[in-house]
Ligand binder design. Structure first.
Ligand code: ATP
Ligand code: MG
Length: 366
């Protein structure tokens, strides 16, 4: 062990030396802002949403009750992947808000009041679509003009800012006095943020029911086209119940189970990963056992390809072809008799997308 430690220390010294030599520096905030966040969302609703209609109706009812107020803020909160953004999209797209001017803002972990203000201005005003105001005063002036005498629905998706005075500043920016009605739906992982920003009772999003998770798994694994449905059904239902109502987990597992035979469905169900200690911690580092499981059953080449993505700064927009080139040059993927390295690289991308370990960037889809 002592020898091993010695060797490891020497290895680390070499890495530190190279780090200095290559002048690798940590990313500053300024750099982060130039990259597109892969988590960025839009109001477009996916097909095949399972359940959630009762919750949507409840939120719509809450909102219509409080429409008398100048500004109504209703946060939806719950752990990552539970379906907050999806529910916000359902509210946004409901006929109740047809007559409203609508704005969808993806807030992200970097809270930037000016960016939020500019995003609202560009969505509400044809004229100012391309302009980004740099001064807060200008933004406030324009917003006051644009929000006055209108009914407006604003979704602030993925809010991480916890500072009370920043949140108050945000609300201040959206208030226009009695002439208009502003309805704001916020999504956040944190209850305390929800409580700080709300004007009416925040909505704690419930986990999906086990049979709803099972429906998602069936959709993603293309269950209906399998010949061994009979044997798999009860195993699948057991797996669904272990997703603990998290839509993202069901989606990721469903994709993983797609190509697996009966005995591997069984080993997924019986895996020790489900018993991993799973605290109530809802921080961003919290990994659900189901997602860890998806990782653990990846083939080793895919694991290393995925782990390699850690070199990109958070929120980085990765260019697919560049990533495949990098994987190949690092020797992570090697040609097989049936497929070339490039084809294997593309397959890795597809697999990681399917598992929801990578996401299409919004700008790539438009
Ligand atoms: N009711 C549902 N039926 C089917 N799929 C769903 C449902 N709810 C969410 N999903 C899917 O699960 C994934 C995660 O959902 P969503 O992005 O809404 O979660 P979130 O709570 O906003 O997560 P985060 O905290 O990371 O922002 C998405 O791909 C979404 O399409
Ligand atoms: Mg979300």
């Amino acid at each position: 062990m002592a020898n091993k430690m010695n060797k490891m220390r020497k290895g680390l010294e070499v890495i530190t030396g190279q780090h200095k030599e290559f002048k690798l520096t940590e990313c500053t905030n300024a750099n982060e802002q130039t990259v597109t966040d892969v988590r960025e969302t839009s109001s477009k609703l996916e097909r095949h949403i399972v359940g959630r209609t009762k919750e949507k109706d409840k939120i719509l009812a809450y909102l219509s009750e409080s429409m008398i107020n100048e500004i109504t803020v209703l946060p939806i909160y719950g752990i990552g992947g539970l379906g907050k953004t999806t529910l916000a999209k359902m509210v946004y797209n409901s006929p109740q808000f047809k007559e409203y001017s609508q704005v969808w803002v993806y807030v992200s972990q970097t809270f930037d009041l000016k960016k939020i203000g500019n995003s609202i201005i560009s969505q509400l005003s044809e004229k100012n679509r391309e302009i980004a105001y740099t001064e807060k005063q200008m933004i406030d002036n324009y917003l006051q003009k644009l929000l006055a005498n209108k009914n407006i629905l604003i979704v602030l998706d993925d809010l991480w800012e916890n500072n009370k005075s920043h949140l108050e500043e945000l609300l201040g920016m959206l208030k226009v006095g009695e002439s208009g009605k502003v309805v704001v739906v916020v999504t956040t992982r944190y209850e305390d943020i929800a409580k700080k920003i709300c004007t009416i009772q925040p909505h704690k999003l419930a986990p999906l029911k086990d049979d709803e998770c099972w429906t998602i798994i069936k959709q993603k694994s293309d269950f209906e086209s399998r010949y061994d449905q009979q044997e798999l059904r009860h195993i699948g239902k057991d797996i669904a119940s272990k997703c603990r109502g998290v839509a993202l987990a069901a989606q990721s597992l469903g994709h993983m189970l797609h190509s697996l035979p009966f005995d591997e469905w069984e080993s997924v169900r019986n895996s020790d990963f489900w018993n991993l200690s799973d605290s109530e911690d809802t921080s961003s580092t919290h990994v659900l056992p189901s997602l860890k499981l998806s990782y653990s059953v990846m083939p080793s080449y895919l694991k290393i390809c995925f782990a390699y993505c850690a070199i990109f700064p958070k929120g980085y927009k990765i260019v697919k072809d560049d990533l495949i080139h990098q994987w190949i040059s690092m020797g992570f993927i090697k040609a097989e008799s049936k497929s070339s390295t490039w084809q294997l690289g593309e397959k890795c991308i597809r697999q990681l997308l399917g598992l929801s370990f990578l996401e299409h960037s919004k700008s790539a889809l438009v």
